[in-house]
Design a protein around this ligand. Structure first.
Ligand code: FHN
Length: 442
């Protein structure tokens, strides 16, 4: 469409994907881990013997939860079983290549000793910085760290949902300074962090700050060249979020895929994106009583493959307990995913959209810059024949199972550029990968 473009001062500042090495690395990560950890992990979704129905990290907003009682959880924050190296090892074994960690969620509690508020780890019985050992441990494990930061802050006296009066405006100006200070502080204290993952940016008060947020973003990018910031940070001057008033993505990647995945490549408009996913239903922070459907490792692997096949990354959330340990169910799932990744990660890392028509057996990914296609199989055809349609002038040079490269598979061209690959995997209970090495057709 040739719709006339609106002149925007605070819209997107780039069209198309970033091409620098830092972003290419991010794009090729495939699988990530999300960590939601804060004071909410202590009640774990329960207060006075009653179970909160919402997400555990939102318990402060529950009528039954007295705000002073929540806020004084800071005096109970003493995670004696916290071990940053163990967390990083779990992520590494799972195959995660980046991690997003909540430095501060909506409750305003800071996992780093911020100088700008007293509501931090420094004033808890634990006293010590949590972010530093985490950033160091994940970095040592070769996992990139992204800092999650909630703009909405229930603890700050200047926070407003909207700005209606002059008093609101004065209060919010103070809040904006505080927010800027904290962000510069985080980037200065943790220079290894590769990006910021913003949240809590949907309220009117923040949406009205197009100029401030745009300038702050520019300042942060200048301070840390290559910094990755998604589409949740700021709105344009018309209050449009994620995509500006000209429908151009704001930020380096689309951050709208929360607990859902796109279905076709058209859904992602040629942008980078990642999907953040919970293991149970909508629970991010630790909840003692997971309810409803708990995703299996096979489902999570399928989501990972689907995300990569549509050019995105898949980020799986963990909610460590108040004492710093990670629940057994999460550890088990991480191990199961990791077992699969150890054999099949070639189909996930540095892979993206294959350009091939979707087939019923699963999802296809393609290695960047190499003529290799990976067919990640979730539905086994009774016939043993896996249909694949290649672009014109492309042929299959060789096909084999990623788990057993000696098993060369029979390939038959059934129509021009349409093939059957015949496979008989040893185990039919796990997803598996068929590799296609392609070549130019003579
Ligand atoms: O309200 C939060 C929620 O608690 C959680 O942090 C998720 C993660 O993407 N973000 C918000 C909801 O969009």
């Amino acid at each position: 469409q040739n719709a006339e473009k609106i002149k925007l001062k605070h819209g997107s500042h780039r069209e198309g994907k970033r091409t620098d090495a830092i972003m290419q690395k991010w794009r090729g990560n495939g699988l990530g881990q999300f960590i939601h950890w804060g004071l909410y992990a202590i009640p774990g979704g329960e207060w006075n013997g009653k179970q909160y129905n919402g997400a555990a990290e939102w318990i402060r907003s529950w009528n039954e939860m007295p705000k002073p009682a929540y806020d004084s959880l800071i005096y109970k924050f003493n995670p004696v079983n916290f071990n940053a190296d163990q967390w990083a090892a779990i992520a590494k074994d799972m195959g995660a290549r980046y991690v997003t960690i909540t430095t501060k969620h909506h409750d305003g509690f800071c996992l780093w000793p911020s100088k700008y508020t007293s509501y931090t780890v420094a004033n808890s019985p634990w006293k010590k910085d949590i972010m530093k050992p985490l950033v160091d441990a994940y970095d040592k494990a070769g996992i990139d760290v992204i800092l999650y930061f909630s703009i909405m802050d229930w603890n700050h006296p200047g926070w407003r949902y909207d700005i209606k009066t002059r008093a609101d405006s004065i209060a919010f100006e103070g809040f904006k300074k505080f927010t800027r200070n904290q962000l510069i502080e985080l980037l200065t204290m943790y220079p290894k962090a590769k990006g910021l993952w913003f949240d809590g940016t949907w309220d009117k008060s923040w949406i009205k700050q197009a100029k401030f947020a745009d300038e702050l973003e520019a300042e942060m990018r200048k301070l840390r060249p290559g910094l990755i910031i998604g589409s949740r940070f700021r709105a344009d001057e018309y209050g449009k979020r994620h995509f500006d008033s000209n429908n151009v993505l704001m930020g380096d990647y689309e951050q709208g895929w929360e607990r859902k995945l796109p279905n076709t490549i058209a859904d992602v408009h040629g942008n980078d994106w990642d999907c953040v996913m919970t293991i149970p239903e909508n629970q991010w922070g630790y909840n003692k009583a997971w309810k409803g459907h708990i995703k299996t490792s096979t489902e999570l692997i399928e989501m990972t493959a689907k995300a990569v096949s549509l050019g995105g990354n898949f980020v799986l959330n963990f909610g460590p307990k108040g004492d710093g340990s990670i629940r057994d169910q999460e550890k088990r799932l991480a191990l199961e995913i990791g077992d699969w990744m150890k054999v099949n990660n070639e189909a996930i890392y540095n892979c993206g959209y294959s350009g091939l028509e979707k087939q019923d057996w699963g999802y296809s990914t393609k290695k960047t810059r190499i003529d290799k296609i990976y067919m990640v199989v979730f539905n086994i055809p009774v016939s043993g024949a896996y249909r694949v349609k290649l672009p014109a002038k492309t042929a299959i040079a060789k096909s084999y199972l990623l788990a057993d490269q000696n098993q060369v598979l029979k390939v038959e061209e059934v129509h021009t550029n349409e093939y059957f690959v015949y496979a008989n995997p040893a185990s039919q209970s796990k997803p598996f990968v068929i590799v296609l090495e392609t070549k130019k057709k003579e």
